[in-house]
Design a protein around this ligand. Structure first.
Ligand SMILES: NC(=O)c1ccc[n+]([C@@H]2O[C@H](COP(=O)([O-])OP(=O)(O)OC[C@H]3O[C@@H](n4cnc5c(N)ncnc54)[C@H](O)[C@@H]3O)[C@@H](O)[C@H]2O)c1
Length: 388
């Protein structure tokens, strides 16, 4: 047993709450001692797998007063993050908050306010910052190989659109605001992280072109008459009809951004593609860089400089890593523990969490109001110096 151990609790124990398995190391530096969830069956399954001695509750507030809990992971749905993260910070717990940080800019700012007021540690679940392919791209930019970044183009093929976004709570504005800040919060953050610049202005177009429709809101796949022929039939766990009336988040959207320093970026997200991957291109004054997730490669092409300085074009073969999300999940969980126990600066900062939501919220507003350009409110002044 190690000298210092972080005692953790989960709010939301299944789905993304499965991260608890990385943190539960009874002989290591972190252990999961409790869980809260609105679903008693999921709580029971969690406790059984955890070993049987976890405290479980359907009321997350019962976690807040327990002195045997140092840190809380908020892995509940997006619309709960603000309430859960603020309560946990105010109760004096360290917090791991899944992305998106909240579904409004004001919600993010409330979380930041509680973080500043109570002095505990806060990290956002931006696991893409820990993926080898995007770490490679960041290192290339920082090496100066492609010069000063001027343009970023991101194409996001969300082939799992119906699996993950249209069969449950994700599909309504009330729960998620927009898939630009739900799914897209990762990509907006990648654009911010790799360039080192935040979005200052944005505009977008988008619509619901494939999902949604006139099916009843309580229709589920297992009882549907069309289950044998429907292309979106799901066996579970997410089984609400993807063509139900309440669905109102856009499935086909185009967002443009101006970043600090005048960088121009675009983010294209479509939820009914057959394939699932992200294609990023960064263009700088001396070259360009592009990735392929299916091929696990990054290409760098440099411009002719007509001088002895010319660098070769290069292909990077990205190493696969073990663990969820391209090996990122175990590493981000370890980083959270290092942050809480050792004071290590996190890679996935709260400031970044707020700025990706801010850009996504403003883009969603733009696309619902004729595509008008929107300013993106900057971070509160005192947080700017910790930007990342
Ligand atoms: N970083 C990533 O790669 C990544 C991947 C998946 C999901 N996520 C994020 O994780 C969060 C959860 O997503 P999910 O797909 O696991 O959702 P989910 O619907 O599976 O819910 C997760 C858990 O929270 C519980 N829950 C629901 N409402 C609750 C409440 N009010 N209080 C307590 N528990 C509640 C559910 O019963 C479930 O056990 C989302 O914010 C999502 O964006 C992040």
């Amino acid at each position: 047993m190690v000298d210092t151990q972080l005692r953790m609790a989960m709010i939301g124990v299944s789905g993304r709450g499965g991260l608890w398995r990385h943190w539960h190391q009874p002989q290591g530096r972190s252990v999961v001692v409790a869980g809260a969830d609105v679903n008693p069956d999921r709580l029971a399954a969690f406790r059984q797998e955890q070993g049987g001695d976890a405290f479980i509750t359907t009321d997350y507030r019962e976690l807040l007063t327990r002195p045997d809990i140092d840190a809380i992971a908020v892995t509940s749905p997006d619309f709960c993050h603000e309430e859960h993260a603020v309560a946990a910070l105010e109760a004096g717990k360290h917090v791991f908050c899944e992305k998106p940080m909240a579904i409004t800019i004001a919600g993010c700012d409330r979380i930041l306010e509680a973080w500043r007021a109570h002095g505990h540690r806060l990290m956002v679940g931006f696991n893409m910052r820990y993926m080898n392919i995007f770490r490679t791209m960041k290192e290339i930019v920082e090496s100066g190989a492609i010069g000063e970044i001027k343009a970023v183009w991101v194409r996001h093929f969300v082939g799992r659109g119906s699996d993950f976004y249209y069969h449950d709570w994700h599909a309504t504005r009330q729960n998620a605001t927009s898939l630009l800040l739900q799914k897209g919060s990762h990509d907006i953050d990648m654009i911010h992280w790799i360039t080192g610049r935040y979005t200052t202005r944005t505009a977008a177009f988008g619509s619901l072109d494939f999902f949604g429709g006139d099916k009843p809101n309580d229709l589920t796949c297992p009882v549907c008459d069309l289950r044998d022929t429907c292309t979106e039939y799901m066996e579970g766990p997410r089984v609400q009809c993807a063509f139900r009336q309440e669905v109102d988040v856009e499935d086909n959207q185009v967002m443009i951004m101006e970043l600090e320093g005048g960088i121009k970026a675009s983010y294209l997200q479509c939820h009914f593609t057959p394939d699932y991957h992200r294609n990023y291109t960064f263009i700088g004054t001396e070259g360009r860089m592009e990735n392929s997730e299916p091929d696990m490669k990054v290409w760098v092409k440099t411009r002719l400089s007509n001088s002895y300085r010319d660098l070769a074009d290069r292909t990077y073969d990205v190493k696969p890593a073990r663990g969820g999300h391209g090996g990122a999940d175990p590493v981000i969980c370890g980083d959270f523990v290092d942050m809480c126990l050792d004071g290590k600066q996190p890679i996935a900062t709260p400031q970044a969490g707020r700025m990706s939501v801010a850009a996504g919220v403003q883009a969603a507003y733009s696309l619902r109001h004729g595509g008008m350009p929107m300013d993106v409110p900057a971070l509160p002044e005192d947080l700017l110096r910790y930007r990342s």
